[in-house]
Write a protein that binds this ligand. Structure first.
Ligand code: DAH
Length: 366
């Protein structure tokens, strides 16, 4: 990229000078190896201070008889330079584009960097898994609203107005109070909705979210999950209940002993708790006072959920003939089930959203 060798004289314009400047310019243009170099060449050979531009300006000072021919020569020289500039600019741009395209080429055979995939929360995954155990036996998944009529949540389940579960300390009532709406405190109202809306016989499970005005600590969260089961058919007995629960226990925990222990729920009669053999001491702590078990408080069993034979009053409240039909029901906590399956000890981990917890329990997802 050579600089032009001289400036035009003030008084006259020499034809040979004009030709030389043009020749120097086209040589410099041809020698430019990049668009950046060409830019500098353009400035020195075609810019406002270049000899040809100055010569152009000097035309005004020439005697009129000289001006015409000199003007034609300067004009021709400048247009030669401009044509050369445009041509070189196009060439260099094409070369640079080709270089960029080949440098930036994507190698599609390189291993891809995979973004981490999301996964269902362990509770959601476990609810699916629980549901699948029953769907595999031909039962149906039933759903109900989380904002529930108090009648569905309590009255129809034989929980009279003075039942302790109705106390404001447990139940989240929703304004305006006279509308008698609550955040459902359990999934049992889905029993009522199913009895009212489905043809008999009924074989349903309802995994879902429930609400209680509870503490937030290692064993309580105010919003948690239950799975409810309901069977209503002819000739259903407590034996069917035990069989269904044993099947569920095995699907969830493998070979584990269960027991049902008398209890009380207003919507079942008789009622029971279903207990699982302690995973830690397997009952040994009951016989050995020197080896107490913290998991089962040396009881040998841990409580899993409630169950029983559907109270005929519930069937009657839903218009089902309790002389012809009978049923069983059960309900247990999904968080508790997750704890037992994974030796998780703190329920707060399940709601705090720390991805490390979900990752550690990703086996729940399928
Ligand atoms: N709804 C009860 C609760 O939240 C659990 C329960 C107990 C459900 C017995 C049932 C049952 O279906 O039969 O504590």
């Amino acid at each position: 990229m050579s600089a032009p060798d001289s400036q035009p004289p003030r008084g006259a314009l020499d034809d040979a000078d004009i030709d030389r400047w043009a020749t120097q310019a086209t040589a410099a243009i041809a020698a430019a190896q990049s668009t950046a170099e060409l830019k500098a060449v353009r400035l020195s050979h075609d810019g406002p201070k270049s000899p040809l531009a100055l010569a152009n300006r000097a035309l005004g000072g020439l005697a009129p008889e000289l001006r015409r021919a000199a003007g034609a020569r300067v004009g021709a020289a400048r247009s030669r330079v401009n044509i050369a500039l445009t041509k070189r600019q196009d060439e260099l741009q094409a070369v640079e584009l080709a270089q960029r395209l080949s440098a930036e080429r994507v190698d599609v055979t390189l291993p891809a960097e995979l973004a981490p995939l999301g996964q269902p929360h362990p509770i959601s995954a476990l609810m699916e898994r629980l549901g699948d155990v029953f769907v595999a036996m031909g039962w149906e998944i039933a759903e109900g609203p989380e904002l529930e009529a108090a009648w569905m949540n309590f009255d129809a389940l034989n929980m009279g107005p003075h039942h302790p579960a109705r106390a404001t300390s447990d139940t989240l009532f929703v304004d305006p109070v006279e509308h008698n709406l609550v955040m459902r405190t359990h999934t049992s109202p889905v029993q009522i909705r199913s009895l009212l809306s489905r043809p008999l016989p009924i074989y349903i499970v309802c995994p879902g979210q429930v609400y209680r005005a509870d503490e937030f600590d290692a064993t309580h969260v105010p919003v948690f999950h239950q799975i409810e089961g309901l069977v209503v058919d002819r000739g259903i007995t407590m034996g069917h209940l035990k069989g269904a629960l044993d099947h569920l226990a095995q699907a969830m925990f493998g070979a584990v002993s269960t027991r049902i222990r008398p209890s009380y729920f207003p919507f079942t009669e008789p009622s029971a708790e279903i207990d699982l053999e302690c995973f830690v001491c397997h009952g040994a702590s009951v016989l050995d006072p020197d080896a107490p078990c913290r998991t089962c408080a040396s009881e040998g069993w841990i409580e899993w959920g409630g169950c029983g034979v559907v109270n005929p009053r519930v069937l009657a409240a839903c218009g089902v003939d309790a002389e012809v039909y009978s049923g069983f029901a059960f309900g247990m906590g999904v968080e508790r089930t997750l704890m037992f399956r994974n030796a998780a000890t703190d329920m707060r981990d399940m709601v705090e959203g720390d991805i490390r917890f979900s990752r550690a329990l990703k086996g729940e997802a399928r």
